[in-house]
Design a protein around this ligand. Sequence first.
Ligand SMILES: Nc1ncnc2c1ncn2[C@@H]1O[C@H](COP(=O)(O)OP(=O)(O)OP(=O)(O)O)[C@@H](O)[C@H]1O
Ligand SMILES: [Mg+2]
Length: 253
Amino acid sequence: MTNENWADDIGAALETQGLVKQFASVKAINYLSIAVPKRGITSIIGPNGSGKSTLINCLSGTLPIDDGIVVLQGNSMRAILPHNNPSHGVTRTFQEVRLFNQMSVLDNMLVVLTERGVLKSLFEHKRSSYQSRAKELLESVGLWEKRGDQAESLSYGQRKLLEVGRALAMNVNIYLFDEPFAGLFPAMLERVTLLLEGLKQQGKSIIFIEHNMDLIRRLSDYTFVLDSGELLAEGPVNEVLDRPEVIEAYLGT
Ligand SMILES: Nc1ncnc2c1ncn2[C@@H]1O[C@H](COP(=O)(O)OP(=O)(O)OP(=O)(O)O)[C@@H](O)[C@H]1O
Ligand SMILES: [Mg+2]
């Protein structure tokens, strides 16, 4: 579901209140309360194991929440079902890419475009429009030439690009990207950068996890720093990255 005035509205893109996610004795997310701005690109950073992916997994319903609530599009929720994501206005990519490996690159894209309860007759009528949208999206991630190849035959970076393309196929307000740049060659990295900036220009809310400081500084408008599942710092990126406690968390001293 999209809201035409999404970026003009005041308020948060999404909020967590007292969010907890525990794995056995590990509190991966420990009573986390954050409000992500609607406008622009927000990064979630922090050392390895600080709970970044777990946070996105909870926000997208990939993992059930143990305690607390998530507020999406004004709805307070204790449980989020992954297949409800589009209706909650959210889509995501995974740190470990998830594709239909035995299907072609084009079919991987068409599945996302046609998946959402479209009536069969409508589907038939719109088939050509899906095809042209799939072409547009695959061109935007540089994979149109690869459209006939099986997803499993793609390189690591190409698989990441296809997953980003599949997320872009969803017309939602909130895009969650878990390390979309990790392992990409410079040209691919540049492409993903432009795609994220393009979403920003469309007024979407973009949240991404990243370790590379140059990219974090270049792309983020706002940043949250996690440490041991707790909020260590938040604010405009350049201000936050210069704080001693943030530097310390990264240096592990
Ligand atoms: N499915 C799981 N089962 C058990 N423990 C888990 C699971 N997922 C995450 N954890 C643990 O929860 C903590 C947070 O992990 P998470 O993957 O969220 O960290 P991260 O900040 O994304 O790290 P990285 O930067 O390495 O990707 C870690 O201690 C991790 O070992
Ligand atoms: Mg992670």
